[in-house]
Design a protein around this ligand. Structure first.
Ligand SMILES: Cc1cc2nc3c(=O)[nH]c(=O)nc-3n(C[C@H](O)[C@H](O)[C@H](O)COP(=O)(O)O)c2cc1C
Length: 76
């Protein structure tokens, strides 16, 4: 089977996080990969906002309707 089909088939959302830090180089790689996702007429109508702040992640977790994994992840 193709690698693309394998990857999509194995996909699952992860909501259980450790406190292992994510360095800037890895974060940059993840975000630049996300930017490669197709968008309508390639207009890339998406913004990415990164928060490492525990206080802000706690607020976002509440504002998102009570999603504690947002506060627990080392970066959101
Ligand atoms: C547009 C969009 C918004 C989503 N929002 C959330 C979210 O706010 N919180 C969350 O935990 N998962 C979110 N998800 C993940 C879905 O809940 C998840 O993909 C779905 O339950 C299927 O599970 P799977 O990804 O493990 O196959 C979102 C997915 C999409 C496509």
């Amino acid at each position: 089977m193709s690698t693309v089909i394998d990857n999509f088939t194995r996909h699952k959302s992860e909501r259980s996080f450790t406190d292992q830090p994510i360095d800037d180089a890895l974060l940059e790689r993840i975000i630049s990969t996300a930017w490669r996702a197709p968008t309508s007429v390639n207009s890339q109508q998406v913004s990415v906002i990164v928060s490492r702040s525990a206080e802000n992640r706690q607020k976002i977790a509440q504002l998102a309707g009570g999603q504690p994994w947002i506060a627990k992840a080392p970066i959101f």
